[in-house]
Design a binder for this molecule. Structure first.
Ligand code: FES
Ligand code: FES
Length: 148
């Protein structure tokens, strides 16, 4: 059994130690808000927070989590910054198909936690998640709005 603290709750999961965290979240724990996109740490659809930092969970083996606190999209509004990000996302109507958006929200929350007033360059540097629908401008608007 591997203990994982996710959204403040500890789960003991019976999986191989090299199982990607993404698969444990989705398949073992049924938390399907975190998406599978590329599986090779390129697209960002699987982004979660690990101790507040954005991490691509498709390439993060579950035995590397240790005592770190995992936050997923299911609980992001329990975080004050995350709640502001979601509110701004809704206000600017950022999503189109929506598939990439949970990962985008997680990446944006991590950015604003470390840089509360990001410049356009900070946003461009941090927001490397891909969006097939091309919502990048709306995402940047939402981040500026959430920054206040
Ligand atoms: S699914 Fe993890 S980065 Fe694409
Ligand atoms: S909103 Fe469709 S992939 Fe981003």
């Amino acid at each position: 059994m591997i203990p994982l603290t996710i959204n403040g709750t500890t789960h003991d999961v019976d999986v191989e130690p090299d199982t990607p965290l993404l698969f444990v979240l989705r398949d073992t724990l049924g938390m399907t808000g975190t998406k599978y996109g590329c599986g090779i740490a390129q697209c960002g659809a699987c982004t979660v927070l690990v101790d507040g930092e954005a991490m691509r969970s498709c390439q993060f083996p579950v035995d590397a989590v240790g005592t770190s606190q995992i936050t997923t999209i299911e609980a992001i509004e329990e975080d004050a910054v995350g709640a502001r990000v979601v509110e701004a996302w809704v206000a600017v109507e950022a999503p189109q198909c929506g598939y990439c958006q949970s990962g985008q929200v997680m990446a944006a929350t991590a950015l604003l936690k470390s840089v509360p007033q990001p410049s356009d360059e900070d946003i461009a540097d941090a927001m490397t998640n891909l969006c097939r629908c091309g919502t990048y401008n709306m995402i940047a608007d939402a981040i500026r709005q959430a920054a206040g």
